[in-house]
Ligand binder design. Structure first.
Ligand code: EPZ
Length: 402
């Protein structure tokens, strides 16, 4: 892999920001928005609610002036998890909401108990029907909320419901992912009063009204990390542009531990690998700023080619090792049990027919294919298209024959 790339907009920043547009009345302009299937599904839901949306290249125009429907039923709703952040934003704006039960997915059960508990503390009452979840709130009022786990989605939902509530909300045990700070920045541009985002305690003072805003969606830190692991696996050199270094957490250090040369400034990173990757004795996935679960599969693929044994513990999702059997088909030597995976390294990966079973595992298989001898055929690319706008184009720009 060799070359320079401007990284696409962030899926996990764009989705909650799109949900947040429902809280204000007007015409929103979002730049650098990724044209991926999860965003398209979210736009279907916004249109269902009465919004009008239009793309101009990667600029998305969202008109929420005719928002009228608190019932979300779009075909995409049951397909993806991020529907759930519509709970907070539609409740916040209309004090009533009905969504299809958000899909679990293959990486885990994905319960929403923390979301519901937080929203109930703000005054919402929920009813569970067989396929739909409906919520109501006479008024939304401030509260002291304590999350048992720094759930990204639950933090987003509380933020979205609290910004128009009466009084002050203090959210303790909040997620600190970059996407939380981006959502808070966007809400502040809309006129919200939010402080402490990026720390475990976020204070939200409710305001009467929010207005439209213009925003630049940040580059996708997980897409960036995926390609950086591809670079080290192929002993290549890559420069990624427009990626906030602060969003990468400890990834640069980890890449250096694996033997890469890493140079970075605040919005670009350069990685070169001149040798076989070194193994890493132990990596555990954790909430930000720990190692992100969304890059665990790409790390596993890279460590399959490293010299020596590596050990990964997956502590965020209960079913995020589905890539193991696919990497084995390519010659990797990996054993996994419950939340632990032992990677024997020194594998010379070879081409094979493999199957993507979820988004990030699918992208990791593509990175493994770059390092494999011979041709690899990957089915299930619809999963990858959920989060990677045009991975073929990206790889061509990075010197890969796809
Ligand atoms: C967000 O999912 C991301 N998705 C995920 O990215 C990411 O892996 C995850 O955060 C962790 O960083 C989006 O932003 C759209 P969580 P989310 O709530 O909000 C448990 C990708 O590939 N939990 O922080 O669903 C949950 O089961 C996706 O882009 C509860 O128990 O993650 C999980 O074990 C995959 N109860 C853990 O917390 C709840 O009410 C982390 O979940 C909520 C969560």
């Amino acid at each position: 892999m060799q070359g320079e790339l401007l990284v696409q907009g962030s899926k996990n920043a764009a989705l909650p920001i799109l949900a947040a547009t429902l809280l204000g009345k007007g015409i929103f302009i979002l730049h650098h928005c990724p044209r991926i299937s999860d965003v398209e599904h979210m736009l279907e839901l916004l249109e269902d609610a009465g919004c009008r949306v239009r793309w101009e290249g990667h600029m998305l125009i969202v008109d929420t002036r005719e928002l009228c429907n608190y019932r979300v039923s779009g075909t995409g709703a049951g397909k993806m998890r991020s529907t759930v952040t519509l709970l907070g934003s539609i409740l916040g704006r209309m004090h009533q909401v009905e969504i299809p039960y958000p899909g679990g997915c293959t990486i885990g059960k994905r319960p929403i108990d923390l979301h519901l508990r937080g929203l109930e503390q703000l005054g919402a009452v929920f009813e569970h029907q067989e396929h739909t979840l409906s919520g109501k709130a006479q008024i939304l009022h401030g509260a002291q909320i304590y999350l048992d786990f720094p759930s990204v989605g639950a933090t987003e939902n509380v933020l979205l419901a609290a910004v128009l509530a009466e009084g002050t909300t203090v959210l303790h045990g909040a997620a600190m992912e970059p996407e939380i700070v981006e959502l808070a920045d966007f809400l502040r541009k809309m006129g919200a009063d939010v402080h402490g985002d990026g720390t475990p305690v976020i204070t939200i003072r409710g305001v009467k009204k929010l207005h439209a805003a213009e925003y630049i969606v940040p580059s996708d830190r997980i897409v960036a990390g995926t390609y950086l692991f591809g670079a080290v696996m192929t002993m290549g050199e890559v420069r990624l542009l427009h990626i906030p270094l602060s969003h990468l957490g400890k990834l640069p250090e980890l890449l250096e531990q694996m033997g890469a040369v890493v140079e970075a400034e605040e919005d670009w990173i350069y990685v070169r690998m001149d040798r076989q990757c070194r193994s890493i004795p132990y990596v555990v996935t954790a909430p930000f700023p720990g190692f992100p679960t969304d890059l665990q599969s790409a790390l596993m693929a890279a460590l399959s080619t490293a010299s020596g044994m590596s050990f990964i513990e997956e502590k965020i999702f209960e079913a995020r090792f589905q890539i193991v059997e696919e990497l084995r088909k390519m010659g990797a030597s990996i054993s996994s049990e419950e939340s632990f995976a032992l990677i024997d390294g020194d594998a010379r990966l070879h081409g094979a027919r493999v199957e993507a079973k979820e988004l990030r595992g699918g992208a990791a298989l593509i990175m493994a294919a770059l390092a494999a001898e011979g041709e690899t055929c990957i089915s299930g690319m619809e999963y990858v298209c959920r989060g990677y706008e045009n991975i073929n184009e990206d790889l061509k720009n990075l010197g890969i024959m796809v």
